[in-house]
Design a protein around this ligand. Structure first.
Ligand code: PGA
Length: 238
């Protein structure tokens, strides 16, 4: 049985439109009251969404570790807050892969985000090779410690998302046993932190994933752009 604190995070990546936001919010008005939906659209859509729908929780998909400066194309934590975001996804595997982000950078970004009033959603996850070698927990232990290095785990608001890289956008999900094993480990490290699972979450598997022990929510990419599919995920979280 899920409760109000079940998170459903939409990671729209470099997709989505203002029209899609209107469509989704109209469709989800009822379930949004019960599930904790956090919409992370492209940064340019945050301000208008906040203006139209003050009740929707919004997040950015990244922020710079510096407060401001000559960083063409980047976005600061302050600007996200000003636009109306309360959350920011940090250390997503696509940022780590395409932008060379290290866990050290993620830790710096998390500090900056917190100091500007944002709750970081910190992503961790192993490669397929690491998974096949059965080194997932060792890998995650190091990545978690480095990514949360600057954070006081019991004092700061943080969310951690376990996203196996090989499950992102591939249609392969980790088994419930895999998720349970990782989340049990994460719970030992982070007794009070909401723990999410991400990687090919759909309307068909969300309920099972959300009923796994120590899973407090899901981080959804592809399926979060499909109004009907995502409605099923929100329903599973209610
Ligand atoms: P996916 O993406 O749901 O499309 O696998 C998840 C993510 O990248 O956060």
């Amino acid at each position: 049985m899920q409760n109000r604190s079940t998170y459903v995070v939409s990671n729209w990546k470099m997709n989505g439109t203002t029209a899609l936001i209107h469509d989704m919010v109209q469709t989800y008005r009822q379930s949004v009251r019960r599930a904790h939906w956090i919409l992370c659209p492209p940064a340019t859509l945050i301000t208008e969404t906040r203006r139209h729908y003050p009740e929707i929780a919004l997040g950015g998909q990244d922020c710079h570790h510096k407060t401001s400066g000559a960083f063409t194309g980047d976005i600061s934590a302050h600007l996200l807050t000003e636009a109306g975001a309360s959350y920011v996804i940090l250390g997503h595997s696509e940022r780590r892969h395409y932008h060379g982000e290290t866990s050290t950078t993620v830790a710096e970004k998390a500090c900056t985000a917190i100091s500007h009033g944002l709750t970081p959603i910190i992503c961790i996850g192993e490669s397929e090779e690491t998974y096949d070698k059965k080194q997932t927990i060792d890998f995650l232990k190091k990545q978690l410690n480095e990514s949360l290095a600057n954070i006081h785990r019991t004092q700061h608001n943080v969310i951690v998302a376990y996203e196996p890289i090989w499950a992102i956008g591939t249609g392969k999900t980790a088994t419930v046993t895999d998720i349970e094993q990782v989340h049990t480990f994460l719970r030992e490290q982070l007794p009070n932190t909401p723990l999410l699972y991400g990687g090919s979450v759909t309307g068909s598997n969300a309920r099972e994933i959300l009923s796994t022990q120590n899973v407090n929510g899901v981080l959804v990419g592809g399926a979060s752009l499909k109004t009907d599919e995502f409605a099923k995920i929100l329903d599973a979280a209610c």
